[in-house]
Design a protein around this ligand. Structure first.
Ligand code: DX5
Ligand code: ZN
Length: 214
């Protein structure tokens, strides 16, 4: 199991030392949540911060775009240093084109879906993506409760992958903690995003090991 801490819950006054703590904890992906105040009712951070993070770390940056019409910004996020760029199926009229655009930058492409969106909506692109992110909260805020109904989507994506011999990773985001991590693992998840649960620990090697299932 891979672990992807969400930067949204870190101590922004000490961003550089937070990045170093994450490196020391040997996390897998740094999850970078971008909110535009349109697709989700909140605004977070974007390019100046991403550029500066990229300049001090080789960590894999996993960018989650909670942005309406993400095509407008894909090239800019690729240039700023994202390694994986994930777009919402609900946020674009041209999902397939957005995925092509991400791949044209040389980066990995992900697709994600809100809790209220049926998993079938991403099926047409499953052979084109490197990652599928299953939202287990309504996006926009950290610290919300895991929505258990979404677990069925993880199971579906796992068996679809097997049946069609595909290779996308299944990532889960929202309300992940020591208890819900086990539910996701059993359902077939490969990557767990965690914000509030992860950063409440003083020693970040602890939640890393727990989420990995060690
Ligand atoms: C929610 C974000 C998440 C968030 C997770 O909109 O996409 O990545 O930071 O936070 P927790 O783990 O606290 O639910
Ligand atoms: Zn996220």
């Amino acid at each position: 199991m891979k672990v992807a801490p969400s930067l949204l819950s870190c101590d922004f006054l000490n961003l550089q030392s937070e990045i170093k703590r994450l490196e020391s904890a040997e996390i897998d992906y740094l999850h970078f949540d971008v909110m535009d105040g349109m697709f989700v009712p909140n605004i977070s951070f974007a390019f100046p911060i991403l550029n500066q993070i990229r300049s001090i770390t080789d960590l894999t940056i996993d960018t989650h775009l909670m942005v309406q019409d993400p095509e407008r910004y894909i090239d800019a996020f690729a240039s700023a240093g994202s390694d994986i760029i994930t777009v919402h199926v609900e946020a674009t009229n041209h999902l397939h084109r957005a995925i092509q655009q991400i791949h044209a930058t040389g980066k990995k492409a992900g697709v994600t879906l809100n809790p209220g969106t049926p998993v079938e909506t991403v099926v047409p692109v499953l052979s084109d993506v490197d990652l599928v992110l299953v939202m287990t909260v309504n996006p926009g805020f950290g610290g919300q409760q895991f929505i258990e109904n979404c677990v069925e989507k993880i199971r579906f994506l796992e068996s679809f992958r097997k049946m069609h011999k595909l290779t996308y990773e299944i990532e889960v985001d929202g309300g992940v903690n020591d208890v819900t991590a086990n539910i996701c693992r059993e359902a077939g998840a490969d990557v767990l995003v965690a914000g509030s649960y992860f950063f409440k620990h003083d020693d970040l090697t602890v939640p890393t090991a727990i989420l990995r299932g060690e």
